[in-house]
Ligand binder design. Structure first.
Ligand code: ATP
Ligand code: MG
Length: 343
């Protein structure tokens, strides 16, 4: 039987960050960040442009020194044990780090050599990773001829060469089309199935929902919410009850009946005639029963009843009071340029 101690979510944290601060002049890129990633799990760090995601990843990779606070990765301190720490991490940066002129194979071989693998081991590892990330056929082509998706896969392969215990993925699918995004997600899932701990930054709610066990939402260098994806959703918005009357003509009358009843905690109902549906925000099962009971008692007939949790976009809106990150203007994205270059 599986004991609770066997669950990685109850094990020691692979990444532990306390009060991390990094200022660039007046800009508080990180303004006292606390977070943990349990061994063998994926933590999604969700935040809009400029939230501090890349700065966090840089601090945790020893590329940038924090002004204050502590961070340990696999038990190693970022400030006092940078060399040991670098040996256990992998990093797929927001801006791809592959060498354009080298082939996929050469890129991976070179990284293996930089990581002190013997020639033979570096060769073998490069072959293995190309195979795993479905790049064997493109292995000898220069990386500049790769499509955006192939580049991302090469990036992931590169970060896995050294068999890291902890992997940072900084916006791994930004700028990719939905199909390629799905391919990258599959790769990330297979890496976590192998026991790798992942800290994933993203601006995509769906990505966090697909991959992350837990979520930390950051904005302007501060953690504004955190928890399991479903917990976070429930905490922010409760559920929405979806009702479809058997007779679409009754939609408005139904909405009015719910509003007039003044049920405890039920703030109102929104009729969407185009869908023939009524949406009612609810917080408990009792409210669900009360709404459905009320409609039945008043002689309305229902063709369909459903409930759904709010989307992460709605969660973000509720927490920050602003539109979700990818609706904000002004994003400069290196990966989009890659895709154009690859056509
Ligand atoms: N080297 C730097 N010098 C000065 N300011 C910086 C530097 N790096 C980051 N910043 C600033 O710190 C803040 C956080 O930037 P960071 O790159 O960490 O955000 P991010 O969450 O990764 O954003 P994005 O989603 O656009 O990648 C921003 O205001 C940014 O302009
Ligand atoms: Mg970034």
């Amino acid at each position: 039987m599986k004991r609770i101690d066997d669950d990685p979510r109850h094990g020691p944290p692979a990444v532990e960050v306390r009060g991390l601060v990094k200022h660039y002049g007046e800009t508080k890129a990180l303004d006292g960040v606390d977070l943990e990633v349990r061994e063998g799990t994926v933590l999604g760090v969700l935040g809009p442009n400029g939230a501090g995601k890349t700065t966090l990843v840089r601090c945790l990779s020893t590329l940038v020194e924090p002004d204050a606070g502590t961070a340990t990765v696999a038990g190693y301190d970022v400030l006092s044990q940078p060399r040991q720490l670098r040996r256990v991490i992998g990093l797929t940066g927001q801006y791809a780090s592959v060498d354009e002129k080298l082939s996929g194979w050469e890129n991976l071989y070179m990284i293996g050599r930089l990581l002190d693998l013997s020639r033979r081991d570096a060769r073998r590892r490069a072959d293995e990773m190309l195979e795993r990330f479905s790049l064997t056929e493109a292995a000898r082509r220069p990386a500049m001829q790769y499509s955006g998706g192939m580049r991302r896969r090469l990036d992931l392969a590169a970060s896995m060469i050294g068999r890291p215990a902890v992997l940072y993925l900084d916006e791994p699918t930004t700028g990719l089309d939905p199909r390629t995004r799905n391919e990258v997600w599959d790769e990330v899932r297979s890496m976590t199935a192998d026991g790798v701990t992942v800290l994933l930054t993203t601006q995509y709610m769906e990505e966090a929902e697909q991959l992350a066990h837990e979520l930390t939402v950051i904005d302007r260098g501060r953690v504004i919410a955190g928890g399991r994806v479903d917990e976070l959703k429930a905490k922010v918005g409760g559920r929405t009850l979806q009702l479809r009357p058997s007779d679409p003509a009754q939609l408005t009358a139904m909405a009015a009946a719910i509003a007039a009843a003044g049920l405890d905690g039920v703030v109102g109902a929104r009729a969407v005639p185009e869908e023939g549906q009524l949406y009612v925000p609810i917080l408990s099962d009792e409210q669900l029963t009360a709404v459905v009971g009320l409609l039945g008692a008043q002689g309305f007939s229902l063709a369909h009843i459903g409930t759904h949790l709010p989307s992460l976009d709605e969660v973000f809106l509720a927490i920050t009071g602003e539109k979700s990150a990818h609706d904000r203007p002004g994003r400069h994205d290196a990966h989009e340029q890659y895709e154009e270059a690859a056509v």
